[in-house]
Design a binder for this molecule. Structure first.
Ligand code: GLU
Length: 234
């Protein structure tokens, strides 16, 4: 199983995220990647193979960002290649995903009717494509992510960033675990508590169907029926 870690902070998050990926290496993976919000855009760095290679790329490029998502992939759809590595991007949307989207072929067919075509072999790219499509139709990032998740069959933990929104992350789970980490003026998301414990000792776990809207200062969680909920901090 692969890993997700994400952070919205007032400090530079690149190094924190790569350290989180290192902590999850024991789970196994074939590639690693990171998306960092910078100015009004999102910078993507991806590598095939070890997290160490991603770290070397980060050291060489020194990207500065206070908002980012990172991933180690265990390929289920599409070979382990650089273009299939996460995060996946479409328009302003960047997404990391653990799990499998079972109906991705059908969703791809629907999107192709809108002249939106896949560029990778992954099921995950469909999530970014759908969300980007809903944004292009006028939905807010939050609504677009919610509309997308309603259409997905399968198991997933996902985390989204949106270019132009430097204090917003969306996280959701259905069938794959995801934890929220609470810091002082910073918030984290992780698929594995082991990646979050160096950053904070206050965690809560999303439940099946939960949808979370995160900023540096807050998290709003909604359950599978769309009702606001609190998840116990441990
Ligand atoms: N199904 C996705 C892929 O093959 C995610 C795999 C994973 O959980 O790492 O890219």
């Amino acid at each position: 199983m692969c890993g997700i870690i994400a952070a919205a902070s007032n400090r530079n998050v690149g190094k924190l995220l790569v350290q989180g990926l290192h902590k999850m290496e024991y789970r196994g993976y074939d590639s690693a990647g990171i998306a960092l919000h910078q100015d009004q855009d999102i910078k993507h760095l991806r590598t095939l193979g070890k997290v160490q290679l991603l770290e070397e790329k980060m050291i060489a490029e020194k990207p500065k960002s206070k908002l980012g998502i990172a991933h180690t992939r265990w390929a289920t759809h599409g070979k382990p290649t650089l273009s299939n590595a996460h995060p996946h991007q479409f328009g302003a949307v960047s997404v990391v995903h653990n799990g499998i989207i079972e109906n991705f072929r059908e969703l791809r067919r629907e999107l192709s009717e809108h002249n939106i075509h896949a560029e990778t072999d992954t099921d995950t790219e469909t999530i970014a494509m759908l969300t980007g499509h809903f944004i292009a139709k006028g939905q807010s990032p939050t609504d677009a992510a919610r509309s997308t998740l309603k259409k997905l069959d399968g198991a997933f933990a996902v985390c989204f960033l949106f270019a132009g929104y430097d204090d917003l992350m969306i996280a959701a789970r259905k069938g794959s675990p995801l934890a929220i980490g609470y810091g002082k003026g910073e918030m984290f998301v992780g698929s594995d508590a082991i990646a979050l414990t160096p950053l904070t000792n206050q965690l809560s776990y999303l439940e099946e169907g939960d949808f979370a809207i995160l900023t540096r200062q807050s998290v709003d969680i909604h359950d599978k029926d769309g009702q606001p909920v609190q998840r116990e901090k441990r």
